[in-house]
Design a protein. Structure first.
Length: 336
């Protein structure tokens, strides 16, 4: 217990944020943007969690850590309609353990460094961040039911019960030891879909059908993320190990199948395929931007507007019944 008690006098400066399950990726990105308003050091933990280093935030905002957690919760509720569970502590383990103890739908729990030992001691072992059901079951078999009891067991014994690395981590974290820093990490800046043919493909119609399938996958991925791509790149894999790759920028950032398909077909036309035996395709959206930042211009093209409405409807059908239930006829023929 001495290690946890030695943290007395330090400030709890790690925040762990848990968003609701099944949160849309676009909304999750907006939560990350709100976190970035509090601190420059934000580590995304997809699909619904994040870590924040609060040291710099305290110097800038001049608030104590619990207050910053409350500010975040008010902002997510008022701006996004999303409640969050926030844990704040002197380490990643303590903050993540604390956020899991916050009852739904949301709230803030702060564990001060000098309270860590007593707070951890009364928790069941399965509540300690990093302890999974199988590890908790193994500890229960030996009568170790609380984190406080786990902290009294020698690290060597815990290693014998849980295995080398897992045992060391469990023993350290039960004593409040976790030196890991919060490492800034954003969500991926690119989206990639790929296809490997079961056989070498020469037929141009089969290649275009496969490419259309990738366009549909990429468009749906971008829309679910709440992103739009500024550029598209296509890679062709050939028998024998060779490849061809080309990128082009879109006229405007887009996540719509129509725009992605037009550019993808231009890219494959630029390859000038004749008798090349293809083994696979890779389609990637690059230079991402949040979809809600893309200028929505009024269009006089009623046919396009109708296609966009249909696209949104198809997305909802796929979300409910699965991605394979509806799609372009060319991809259906290819699948058959």
């Amino acid at each position: 217990m001495g290690d946890a008690q030695a943290m007395a006098g330090r400030v709890a400066t790690v925040m762990h944020v848990r968003c609701p399950d099944r949160l849309r990726e676009g909304v999750y990105r907006q939560v990350l943007e709100l976190l970035a308003d509090l601190s420059p050091v934000v580590q995304a933990l997809p699909p619904t969690a994040a870590l924040v280093e609060l040291k710099g935030a305290l110097r800038y905002h001049g608030s104590e850590t619990h207050r910053l957690g409350e500010v975040l919760r008010v902002r997510t509720l008022s701006r996004l309609g999303v409640d969050v569970r926030v844990g704040i502590g002197p380490s990643i383990t303590i903050a993540a353990t604390a956020s899991a103890q916050v009852p739904l739908p949301g709230g803030v729990l702060t564990v001060a460094p000098d309270d860590v030992a007593d707070w951890l001691a009364q928790l069941p072992v399965e509540a300690l961040h990093g302890i999974g059901p199988r590890q908790a079951g193994a500890l229960h078999e030996y009568g170790i039911h609380t984190v406080g009891l786990l902290a009294t067991v020698s690290p060597e014994t815990v290693q014998r019960l849980l295995g080398g690395k897992a045992g060391r981590l469990a023993a350290d974290r039960a004593r409040g030891r976790d030196p890991r820093p919060v490492v800034p990490r954003a969500l991926p800046a690119a989206a990639t879909v790929r296809l490997r043919f079961d056989r070498h493909v020469l037929d141009g119609a089969d290649v275009r059908a496969a490419l259309l399938d990738l366009v549909v996958q990429l468009g749906r991925l971008l829309r679910r993320r709440g992103q739009a791509a500024r550029a598209l790149s296509l890679t062709l894999r050939f028998a024998g190990g060779g490849s061809w790759e080309k990128s082009r920028r879109l006229a405007e950032p887009s996540a719509h199948d129509e725009d992605l398909r037009t550019m993808a077909y231009r890219l494959i036309d630029a390859a000038g395929l004749q008798r090349g035996r293809l083994t696979g395709l890779v389609l990637k959206g690059d230079d991402m931007v949040d979809a809600d930042r893309v200028a929505q211009q009024i269009s006089l093209d009623q046919a396009r507007e109708a296609r966009l409405v249909a696209e949104a409807t198809v997305d909802r059908v796929r979300d409910k019944f699965g991605s394979g239930v509806i799609g372009p006829a060319a991809t259906a023929r290819r699948a058959s």
